[in-house]
Design a protein around this ligand. Structure first.
Ligand SMILES: *Cc1c(COP(=O)(O)O)cnc(C)c1O
Length: 409
């Protein structure tokens, strides 16, 4: 294809995506991100962001960022091993590692790039072995960044074997590990999201910890949706499930509960983290997090550690919304995460309902096939500590009204 033919083909493709109703439109916000936002000149309740603790526009976070801007400047203008490293970056690495129950941590510009970095950074090295194969056991519903990380790794470290297992199916995983016993893989990694974003369900971490120990595997958990969210102290899915401190490698984001700007991390044992500091390509070839965001992320950790009430408020709001939406007659996927999937069935219904809810002052997004199984189209509500009961009630009243109008309840 010549360039013009290519652009024409892309235009046709975009048209077809619109016809299939899978085109991703972006809604312009006329305000800061928050528990309530302004859309089309109107105040609406935000139920579609990962701003679980309401820190994205919190005065303390903004103040910390402002101070860091003055003290440490706008950016570092290169990667840390070339241009130097600021103490706040080292501090955040120490703080986040401790927060998620690991020995050491390394920052990346996003969780996506942290996950991309991890597998290849670790496995594309002979580490003194001559002939070897490594195996990665990965939950089939893992986040795109884990999937891409494994793909990239297999592109670079061709001896890496990918072993996807059915979602949260620890029986099947145990059987696969058993089958592989005499294959004498050099390194085995079990990789999972801590909390899965489509259903808000938790990975069976206690069983995964047990299997990892039994088979000498490394357990890697990407807890992006639950760092700062689950567990009494907001430490994550592992705290919630009673295995805090028992995960070999934790990855996650500063772009959700911990401030919502950007940035990601890998945390684990010191030798692993220091090795990745040498070998992670996104770390060694791409700029580090800006000082403002680093300081904002540290302040987010300060806030959660010194006053867990913010986490309690999130849990209280989540419980309230889950109870009330069921009371109205909606079907949800049960659980305890602030991700609350409201099941509707057909994609068209989810689309109509999302549009009409916006008209009634609620910002919520629908998910449908192929992102979720056919016939399980849904709206995904995400609750925040910053939602007032009044705002949640307003959202619930809108659900009631639109649900009746569209014959859902
Ligand atoms: C959101 C998310 C990411 C991506 O985080 P970024 O920091 O925005 O790149 C990665 N993994 C999981 C499980 C996520 O939910």
């Amino acid at each position: 294809m010549r360039p013009q033919e290519l652009y024409d083909a892309l235009d046709r493709e975009l048209e077809s995506i619109k016809e299939q109703k899978t085109f991703k439109y972006e809604v312009p916000l006329e305000s800061q991100q928050g528990s309530e936002v302004i859309v089309g000149g109107r105040d609406v309740v935000m139920l579609a962001s990962n701003n679980y603790l309401g820190l994205s526009n919190h005065p303390r976070i903004k103040e910390a960022a402002r101070k860091a801007l003055d003290e440490w400047g706008y950016g570092l203008a290169s990667v840390r091993f070339l241009c130097g490293t600021e103490p706040i970056h080292i501090d955040l690495e120490r703080r986040i590692a401790e927060f998620v129950g690991c020995e050491a941590g390394i920052l990346h510009s996003s969780a996506f790039s942290a996950n991309e970095a991890f597998f290849a950074g670790l496995l594309a090295n002979d580490l003194g072995s001559t002939a070897y194969q490594d195996a990665i056991y990965s939950d089939q519903l893992n986040h795109a960044s884990i999937i891409d990380g494994i793909r990239l790794c297999r592109g670079i470290a061709k001896q890496t074997v990918s072993r996807p297992y059915p979602h949260s199916d620890t029986r099947r995983l145990a059987a696969m590990l058993e089958e592989d016993r005499d294959k004498s893989y050099r390194i085995k990694i079990i990789a999972t999201d801590g909390t899965f974003s489509m259903e808000g369900d938790l990975a069976p971490l206690p069983e995964l910890v047990r299997l990892a120990r039994e088979h000498g595997a490394l357990l890697m958990v990407d807890d992006s949706h639950s760092t700062g969210v689950l567990g009494k102290r907001g430490r994550g899915t592992h705290e919630e499930l009673g295995v805090f401190g028992q995960i070999d490698v934790m990855t996650g984001t500063f772009g959700k509960a911990l401030g919502g700007a950007c940035g990601g991390f890998i945390a684990g044992r010191k030798p692993l983290v220091e090795f990745l500091r040498q070998k992670s390509r996104p770390y060694t070839f791409s700029n580090t997090m800006p000082p403002m965001v680093v300081a904002g992320s540290i302040e987010a950790i300060n806030m959660i550690e010194t006053d867990p009430a913010i986490v309690d408020t999130l849990h209280g709001n989540t419980e309230y919304f889950r109870e009330q939406i069921v009371r109205l007659g909606f079907k949800i996927i049960k659980g305890l995460h602030p991700i609350v999937p409201v099941i509707l069935g057909e994609a068209a219904l989810a689309q109509d309902m999302s549009r009409e809810l916006l008209g009634e002052g609620v910002y919520i997004k629908g998910l449908w096939y192929p992102v979720v199984p056919k016939g399980e189209a849904r709206l995904r509500a995400q609750i925040s500590a910053a939602h007032t009961r009044e705002a949640l009630d307003r959202a619930l009243a809108a659900f009631d009204k639109v649900g009746k109008r569209l014959d859902v309840i």
